[in-house]
Design a protein around this ligand. Sequence first.
Ligand code: ADE
Length: 247
Amino acid sequence: MRVDVISIFPEYFAPLDVSLIGKARERGILDVHLHQLRDWARDVHRTVDDTPYGGGPGMVMKPEPWGEAIDAVLAADPAAQPRIIVPTPSGVPFTQKLAMEYAAEPWLLFTPARYEGIDSRVMAEYGARMRVDEVSVGDYVLAGGEVAVLVMVEAVGRLLPGVLGNAHSAVDDSFAPGAMENLLEGPVYTKPPEWRGHEVPEILLSGHHGKIARWRRDEALRRTARNRLELLAALDPETLDKHDRKL
Ligand code: ADE
């Protein structure tokens, strides 16, 4: 997968050299291209923002540098089109489902903004020619979209074939489609069997796979009820068995 990021802070993306995503890049599974937006500014101060029409606080990112930067990225492969992802707290929620959708794309272009956001005509211009998603990583406001891009690249990157080793797997993740859809993963334990007087639940030491699977599901349901009641309420009743209902 090719990933392009246009930002006034390309240095924000240093963590993409590290760990799972860093290895995916070394192995050629993920091809990341970082671009400095100011390279497409036209004045000596390399200005990328201006005051908002209609008044109000803050600054808005000018359309011209964004247009030229995006055109330059698009020119890298005129035969293909990236899916453009604009991080903004006003966007649709970024979910595991959307991460999976992005993981199936060959090319993503992220356009993280600073200030009050990007002049809306940029999204209108490219939205008429290709898919442009305005996406939020949560109901809070970050200082800019860069960290939101890191969140999305990590969530998408770990889903690419060959990125996760056999040791772990994405199928048991919270929110994974199938048995864990809309359920949070329960607690996990490793050795030693007792630590500071706390014992590992005996069932996990029993070797009884059926009972362990049942216990894990119970814990997932309990944790979801405790932390995310709205997810539990949204569970498809058809996916609940008799034992789930008793819980
Ligand atoms: N930029 C600022 N806050 C954001 C958020 N919550 N999600 C995506 N981009 C953002």
